[in-house]
Unconditional design. Structure first.
Length: 119
């Protein structure tokens, strides 16, 4: 029996939220980690948390929602669910939050750089 917090490999391939002409969200995260020469294990952990967050948002809204449409309220709901429903440790919540902060800060800044480079 698989733990709900463990990655589901088939699910990772099914998350295809992307804008036209852009790589999938999780592929963008992986690419950013590789540009930063970060640890493969950290990359896997962060991608797992971002994927779980997107799945949680899907469960809340009934359909896939692009991460750009998800805000602090959604992050707070996800972290609360981890603490209350899953009874995870504070360090686990902190890792999930760090992954979501990484997604928001690094990917948005790289998208901005790509946008300004095209001008």
């Amino acid at each position: 029996m698989q733990n709900d917090l463990q990655p589901n490999r088939t699910l990772a391939n099914s998350i295809a939220i992307k804008n036209k002409g852009e790589p999938k969200i999780l592929d963008q995260v992986r690419n950013q980690f590789r540009l930063l020469h970060s640890s493969k294990r950290t990359e896997e952990a962060y991608v797992g948390w971002i994927r779980r967050f997107l799945v949680h948002a899907k469960e809340q809204y009934g359909d896939w929602v692009h991460p750009s449409q998800l805000g602090n309220k959604d992050i707070n709901a996800f972290l609360t669910m981890l603490a209350v429903d899953r009874a995870v440790a504070a360090s686990t919540q902190n890792q999930a939050l760090a992954a979501l902060v990484f997604r928001n800060s690094k990917l948005r800044s790289s998208m901005l750089l790509n946008f300004t480079a095209k001008i």
